[in-house]
Design a protein around this ligand. Structure first.
Ligand SMILES: Nc1nc2c(c(=O)[nH]1)N[C@H]1C(S)=C(S)[C@@H](COP(=O)(O)O)O[C@H]1N2
Ligand SMILES: [Mo]
Length: 558
């Protein structure tokens, strides 16, 4: 095999990158055709998530918040791009090295795909096709970048990159494009390769390369786009938009007029779906078609059940306002939201299955293999634990679990709120473990009483004089009885509490008579729940079972 050391590094790098793009584009296309359970690259991203230690995941959620997935995917992409550049550079030393690099990528892709819980034979094809397409693209691009006659070209007197585009030169490149092999046996002798006078880029055909790269990019983009279309995401979106919501058999408790103080900058009582926080391990959200969705209930039950989506929609629907909160929410953090949910009562379904007396855990699984362990007694105790199909008056957004998810008031999301739920195994905590448990989070996760200052914003500069301090407090399924605020460690003063329809939602609170004086001030808040418990000042990190401490902010009064 010849090596083409005259090809500049940037060209070799581009060849590698476009080769990578073709490989990925074709693998997406094939993934769409064979209905693979996931796309390569994303599966690699998933594998990175699953293999990374929990401190890294926490750090990622803490640092990047909801952009954690984008950051992870960018990271995987950067590593992949670097790898692809390497493949390009190797390929110009010896094409076989480049091909070997592609095989290594393929092995990583296969390993990541086949170790997924829902993996099957179809997941092999996208990777194989991607590697094959990458090899073809790489060979062609390498050949194209080397012009007619790989021996030392005769410099054209006075030729430079501007004058190179002569009719003769273009003809030769067009011919080279049509018959790439002819470039190597020196058939076209009338047109030497393009080069700048004095350059020693022997036998480098810049134009042949650039047209080849362009072709590769177009092919990769087209293949990827078709693959996405074929993957069925569009059908799920359509099914979701077309879903007619049943009317509730049990309506939500009326929301008292005073539940939303409507203060600018304060979290509204209901969090709009578009603003609702999102936390999950899914890199690409599962697109589950309601027509093929089922929920299996099995394990320690008398009569295993399998519900279709139509079965679920026929059940009496309960409407409930519930505030969902993530265990990863730092004191003062954003991972909390309140919504009106509509769904079937989980306890009723479980009773039909006949839960054994010695079972204490509901191990639910999502379409993408995430698992969650919920205490059975909590779900059965009469609270509005739902198999929800709607959120704030519309079908569940795909990001929030379409077509069905669990919602259990009083428990952090990681132990209760399975999105895209497809299976509930009735079992015991001493027999089974959910996704986060071996990763350093506690098996049970009741929500801790907490409060947050929304207004003023931490670090803000506010004018002196009468200033509004406002926020939210929550102790789901217990209820909030009091919120107190203090300035500069002075005496605690009672905040005015907004109303709340039930104990399952947060409550807004406000202090509207703080006479702010010039200078820097610290504002702190603490809540007392309906059991009489006042939030501890002791700071605990989010792991293993939720942060504690008082939310404190500093503001500048000017
Ligand atoms: N399938 C699935 N469901 C999941 C998760 C997940 O990673 N996968 N994360 C849980 C966690 S940790 C939380 S806090 C809630 C968040 O729900 P949201 O994204 O609708 O706000 O979903 C829960 N349900
Ligand atoms: Mo969470």
């Amino acid at each position: 095999m010849e090596s083409y050391r005259g090809v500049p590094a940037w060209a070799a790098a581009l060849v590698g990158l476009v080769t990578g793009a073709v490989a990925i584009g074709v693998s997406w296309l094939v993934a769409g055709v064979v209905k693979a359970s996931a796309f390569p690259v994303l599966t690699v991203g998933n594998a990175v998530v699953d293999l990374s230690p929990s401190w890294l995941k926490e750090w990622a959620i803490g640092t990047f918040g909801e952009a954690d997935k984008a950051v992870l995917l960018s990271g995987v992409s950067v590593v992949l791009a670097a790898f692809a550049v390497g493949i390009g550079i190797l390929a110009f030393r010896d094409l076989r090295y480049g091909h070997a690099g592609l095989v290594v990528l393929g092995v990583i892709g296969l390993a990541a795909s086949l170790t997924r819980p829902e993996a099957g034979l179809p997941d092999v094809f996208p990777v194989l096709a991607g590697v094959g397409a990458g090899m073809v693209a790489l060979s062609r691009l390498v050949r194209r970048s080397v012009a007619a006659g790989s021996g030392a070209p005769r410099p054209r007197p006075g030729a430079d990159s501007e004058t190179a585009d002569t009719p003769a030169a273009s003809r030769s490149e067009d011919e080279a494009a049509l018959h790439p092999a002819s470039g190597q046996d020196g058939v076209i002798v009338t047109a030497p390769p393009i080069m700048r006078a004095g350059d020693d880029l022997h036998s480098f055909d810049r134009r042949g390369l650039l047209t080849g790269l362009l072709g590769g990019v177009v092919a990769a983009g087209a293949a990827g786009a078709v693959g996405r279309l074929l993957s069925g995401g569009a059908e799920v979106d359509q099914a979701r938009v077309g879903l007619a919501l049943p009317s509730p058999a049990t309506a939500a408790k009326p929301v008292p007029a005073g539940s939303d103080l409507k203060i600018r900058g304060l979290s509204p009582f209901f969090t709009p779906n578009a603003d609702f926080y999102r936390v999950d391990t899914a890199i690409i959200v599962p697109k589950v078609e309601p027509g093929s969705w089922t929920l299996k209930i099995h394990g320690m039950v008398d009569r295993p059940i399998e519900l279709t989506f139509a079965d679920l929609m026929r059940r009496p629907m309960v409407e409930a306002d519930v505030t969902l909160c993530c265990v990863s929410n730092e004191v003062g953090g954003p991972y909390i939201g309140n919504a009106r949910w509509l769904g079937a009562r989980l306890a009723d379904i479980l009773r039909e299955a006949g839960v054994h007396k010695d079972a204490d855990m509901l191990l639910s699984t999502s379409a993408d293999g995430w698992t969650c362990g919920t205490p059975a007694d909590v779900v059965m105790d009469g609270r509005d634990a739902l198999l929800a199909i709607a959120m704030n008056g519309e079908a569940l957004p795909v990001d929030h679990g379409f077509p069905a998810r669990q919602v259990v008031p009083g428990l952090y999301g990681y132990v209760s709120a399975t999105k895209w739920v497809t299976e509930i195994k009735v079992t015991r905590f001493d027999r089974d473990e959910a996704y986060w448990t071996p990763r350093g989070w506690s098996a049970e996760g009741p929500i801790k009483t907490q409060s947050r200052i929304d207004l003023p914003k931490s670090g803000a500069t506010v004018p002196a004089g009468r200033t509004t301090v406002a926020g939210v407090a929550w102790a789901q399924h217990k209820g909030i009885d009091a919120v107190e605020v203090r300035i500069d460690r002075g005496p605690w003063r009672q905040a005015r509490l907004a109303e709340a329809p039930t104990a399952d939602t947060w409550r807004q609170w406000v202090i509207d008579d703080w006479e702010a004086t010039a200078g820097e001030h610290t504002i702190e808040v603490r809540a007392t729940d309906a059991t009489g418990y006042t939030q501890t000042s002791e700071q605990a990190p989010v792991a293993p079972d939720g942060a504690t401490g008082w939310h404190a902010i500093r503001v500048n009064v000017a």
